[in-house]
Design a protein around this ligand. Structure first.
Ligand SMILES: Cc1cc2nc3c(=O)[nH]c(=O)nc-3n(C[C@H](O)[C@H](O)[C@H](O)COP(=O)(O)OP(=O)(O)OC[C@H]3O[C@@H](n4cnc5c(N)ncnc54)[C@H](O)[C@@H]3O)c2cc1C
Length: 471
């Protein structure tokens, strides 16, 4: 656990901040007891750092008041949605204030006639999906954490997920934002219209900003009509390359599936037997494919997909006949993350993305980097977008962590050589900030730093994230 030793002067300052916040917000919204602070000290990376104060705002005004106080005393601020982030974004590395935004969880409006909804940041992604579905509408961004993660966290990370190939990612559905800046002032970016090209696109600048520029307090999203039907197919292969070739052939045939997910041999071994999952021993690679649309087009697309998989030597292809079968196929995919811990107790979960045509090369490079088989590597993910979750697993033995970290570094170098990016969807946080300058050249990095300094001159917003320590 990161604990900063404080001087008496800093303690006195914190006490003043707590008292001022208690006075303006009241004790229900200001927590400073150790039990409360512990609950806000971690995220999905399992890193821990204790905040000094937790604020639970209900309104934009609560956020603004808090930021004014934080700005005056130069106290670090870390926004938190559900804390499911996988790059350290919600971990308050330098203590200070954590904003628990889950209390701002109202769906403010759904306008079916305009294909638009406006929500508070703490709305859980799946709740929004379910509510708009009642109007025959669809909010497509679908991270696997959708049942827990918040829209605010999704916007801050520009979350992707399994529907990205056909429908795009979070940034493709964000029309307007209400944002509280570090000095407590409130701005509105974008418009509640399906198009707007007036001025610079500030909305896009804030999407993926990982809580380093401001706090989103209202989010307007674009909706689309809900597809009539979804069908699911699983294709089983005995060779990894056959599965990759089959995925390519599906797309060459002009079929864009709703999801096109891949699992390699290590991922399959991990889930085999987990939670009742059965997968034959000869299966070494798997494609999980959803097709959506109307009955007629689904029938056509499924037959093209099935024949593409067979052409590329699939051992078998299983089309789900019932919703129970569909659920069983997706249970395999969902169980990977927890099941990987059966292989080794430690996991570094990377989310690199390369042009789809270079996935085979990427996986070959990863094999080469671990040719001594000193650690375990499981690859799975959104093959349709070139976004592969390379999971480096290692044991509690001397030297294993160093080997794992060296392999991760070398993977990043190879990804850049392949024309890819170090993060396709999880963001940079502090976990990947050391690799930023492999991808972002000094000139561009200095522009990003200037933007950060413009919006947050005192550097109070999520310090220690996004930028390498040298920037
Ligand atoms: C099992 C599992 C599966 C996952 N699958 C996917 C996946 O398929 N695709 C994917 O992209 N990610 C995935 N993730 C990662 C994670 O769920 C996403 O990054 C998600 O967007 C984080 O949302 P959150 O509400 O938990 O945010 P948090 O983890 O609480 O915060 C994430 C970042 O957002 C900032 N933030 C939060 N709210 C606000 C706000 N209102 N204003 C400004 N900044 C804010 C925080 O400061 C932090 O930097 C997965 C995680 C888990 C644990």
């Amino acid at each position: 656990m990161v604990m900063f030793k404080r001087t008496t002067r800093e303690d006195t300052k914190l006490l003043k901040v707590v008292n001022e916040l208690l006075r303006v917000l009241g004790k229900e919204k200001v927590l400073s007891g150790i039990e409360d602070r512990l609950c806000y000290s971690y995220d999905g990376t399992k890193q821990k750092a204790l905040p000094d104060i937790v604020i639970r705002p209900n309104t934009t005004s609560d956020v603004s008041i808090t930021l004014k106080v934080a700005n005056k005393y130069e106290i670090p601020i870390c926004a938190r949605g559900a804390g499911t982030g996988l790059s350290g974004g919600a971990v308050p590395l330098q203590g200070g204030i954590v904003f628990d935004l889950k209390g701002m969880n109202k769906i403010l409006s759904i306008c079916p006639e305009d294909f638009i909804a406006t929500v508070e940041p703490g709305v859980v992604t799946k709740h929004l999906q379910d509510e708009v579905a009642k109007h025959g509408l669809f909010y497509p961004p679908d991270p696997s954490s959708a049942a827990f993660s918040t829209i605010g966290g999704n916007v801050a990370e520009c979350a992707g997920g399994i529907t990205g190939l056909k429908y795009g990612v979070t940034r493709d559905y964000i029309l307007a934002l209400e944002i509280v800046l570090p000095d407590g002032s409130i701005i509105n970016t974008g418009r509640k219209t399906l198009r707007s090209v007036t001025g610079y696109d500030l909305t896009r600048l804030f999407i993926g900003s990982e809580g380093t520029l401001g706090i989103f307090t209202k989010i307007t999203v674009k909706l689309i009509p809900k597809p009539e039907k979804i069908d699911t197919l699983a294709a089983f292969f005995c060779e990894r390359d056959n599965a990759i070739d089959a995925a390519d052939l599906v797309i060459e045939n002009n079929i864009v599936p709703r999801t096109l997910e891949f699992m390699d041999q290590m991922s399959i071994s991990a889930v085999r037997g987990y939670g009742g999952v059965t997968l034959d021993e000869d299966v070494k690679a798997l494609l999980l494919i959803d097709i959506d649309g109307t009955g007629e087009n689904i029938k056509h697309d499924l037959s093209v997909v099935e024949s593409a998989c067979k052409k590329k030597n699939a051992l078998r292809v299983k089309v789900a006949e019932t919703s129970k079968e569909r659920e069983a196929i997706w249970a395999v995919r969902r169980s990977i993350s927890p099941a990987l811990y059966n292989i080794a107790p430690h996991k570094i979960n990377e989310d690199v993305c390369v042009p789809r045509s270079r996935i085979k090369e990427l996986l070959q490079k990863v094999d080469q980097l671990n040719d001594k088989r000193e650690i375990y590597v499981a690859n799975f993910g959104h093959i349709g977008d070139g976004n592969v979750h390379v999971n480096i697993m290692f044991k509690d033995e001397p030297g294993q962590e160093e080997i794992a970290e060296k392999i991760v570094h070398n993977i990043m170098v190879e990804v850049i050589k392949l024309g890819g990016t170090i993060s396709g969807e999880h963001g940079i946080g502090n976990k990947k900030s050391q690799f930023m300058d492999l991808e972002i050249l000094p000139k561009e990095l200095s522009i990003m730093k200037k933007l950060k300094d413009f919006f947050d001159p005192k550097g109070i917003m999520n310090p220690g994230k996004l930028f390498p320590s040298s920037a």
